[in-house]
Design a protein around this ligand. Structure first.
Ligand code: GDP
Ligand code: MN
Length: 399
């Protein structure tokens, strides 16, 4: 789960991290109020969307020369003018995709005088089973670009979960960033705070770009992007409360209500599968036959009829879906229950695209009978590759 920059900064400041003062604003009046409270002389008006690259982003309808989604201004009047221009407008950045994201809230922050910009992130490194720290002197830029053009400028080390952060880690970070004296001490303190926050809140990733040295020689977190491990959210209701559903795919929100593992993708074949491994294999085999999956969907082992009906409706609500492949291996899940769910969903919403069903395992025959007797126009498949081949053919034939 992702949160907004202003929320990430609030979470980090609970752990003592130094962030600039600021207030979230949903209206022009609130933006003006925030600026008045901050007092100036410099303000930053920041679009809050779940995507990076806002500074270099472009607003729809403002032309290519207009300023981006992060604007440094010098009066309350200018905060108002810029807030009015940004609120409700769609911002396109290299991370939003061409559709962009509508800016529904702003963060009004006191402006900082920047002497240097660094990059700093913490993330779960599955290879070492540890939290890794990534630091670079090349802040404010895309870290992927830095990794590509000057990989020697990226420094990485990991932290042993048993010992946590040691003074040695702090020195290592300071050295990576070329910091000495008071700034080195601040880097060390900051690393401890970030690591504590990361562990305490079950973060998956924490990215600070840029971390700056201010003109008066202090470290400040100027931008913060945080994502949380969704499997651990049950123990952080205060984080769940930060969720902004307007930033998420409505299909994924609907799926989460039914506890379905659903991820929307860009392809044309909707898939309904039980088991994450089988879902992955199904996506692979669809690609092998020359098409692209429209989603990842694992209805789970204990799938009920309601769950299957919901899942099927979510797939059919996707306008990109040109065909559906149901691939069920009944183990704990029973094929007859799944078949009932499919039939029920189709009766409610109709079936506008070809549907291929492959049922195997527990109660497979009952499941097949339910589908065959339903009067639905379903193409039966014998196995996984047969199913994939048939649905791709059906979709291509219809095109
Ligand atoms: P992003 O483009 O989505 O990563 O948004 P950032 O929060 O990183 O802002 C983009 C850029 O705006 C930063 O890299 C800074 O160069 C600049 N910026 C942000 N806040 C300030 C500020 O307080 N003062 C100044 N001078 N520049 C800022
Ligand atoms: Mn940034």
């Amino acid at each position: 789960m992702n949160i907004h920059e202003h929320q990430a900064k609030a979470v980090l400041s609970e752990f003592g991290v130094a962030v600039p003062r600021g207030y979230a604003a949903y209206t022009v009046d609130e933006a003006a109020e925030a600026a008045t409270k901050l007092g100036g002389p410099v303000f930053v008006v920041k679009s809050q969307i779940h995507a990076g690259g806002r500074g270099k982003g472009k607003f729809e309808g403002l032309g290519p020369d207009a300023k981006g989604g992060v604007r440094v201004v010098k009066s309350v009047e200018d905060v108002k003018t810029n807030a009015a221009e940004m609120l409700g407008r769609v911002l396109v950045t290299h991370q939003t995709g061409p559709k962009g994201k509508q800016v529904n809230r702003l963060y009004i922050e006191e402006g900082a005088a920047i002497a240097k910009e660094f990059y700093l992130s913490l993330l779960v490194d599955r290879e070492t089973s540890r939290v890794s720290v990534v630091a670079s002197t090349e802040g404010g830029m895309d870290i992927e670009d830095v990794a590509h053009s000057t990989p020697e400028k990226i420094h990485t080390f990991s932290i042993d979960p048993v010992t946590g952060v040691w003074p040695e880690h702090g020195r290592r970070l300071a050295k990576s960033l070329g910091l000495t004296g008071g700034l080195a001490k601040e880097a060390s303190t900051l690393l401890g705070q970030l690591y504590t926050a990361f562990m305490a809140k079950d973060m998956a990733m924490l990215e600070i770009n840029p971390l700056i040295v201010t003109a008066d020689d202090h470290l400040r977190v100027l931008d913060a992007k945080v994502s949380f491990d969704s499997n651990a959210l049950f123990r952080h209701p205060e984080i769940v409360a930060l969720r902004d559903e307007s930033e998420e795919d409505p299909k994924e929100i609907e799926a989460s209500k039914y506890d379905l593992s659903y991820i929307a993708l860009d392809g044309e074949i909707g898939c309904m599968v039980n088991g994450a491994g089988l879902a992955m294999a199904t996506m692979d085999i669809i690609k092998l036959y020359g098409a692209e999956p429209a989603n990842f969907l694992d209805v789970g082992g204990g799938a009920t009829r309601e769950k299957v009906t919901a899942a099927f409706k979510i797939i059919m609500a996707d306008p990109n879906v040109k065909g559906i492949l149901v691939n069920i291996f009944g183990g704990i899940a029973r094929c007859d229950i799944l078949a009932q769910g499919v039939v029920e969903a189709v009766k409610e919403t109709g079936l506008a695209v070809p549907l291929v069903v492959r049922l195997e395992g527990t109660n497979a025959q009952q499941g097949k009978d339910i589908i065959n007797n339903s009067g639905l126009n379903v193409i039966a498949a014998n196995d996984l590759s047969d199913g994939a081949e048939k649905i791709v053919k059906a979709v291509r034939g219809a095109a």
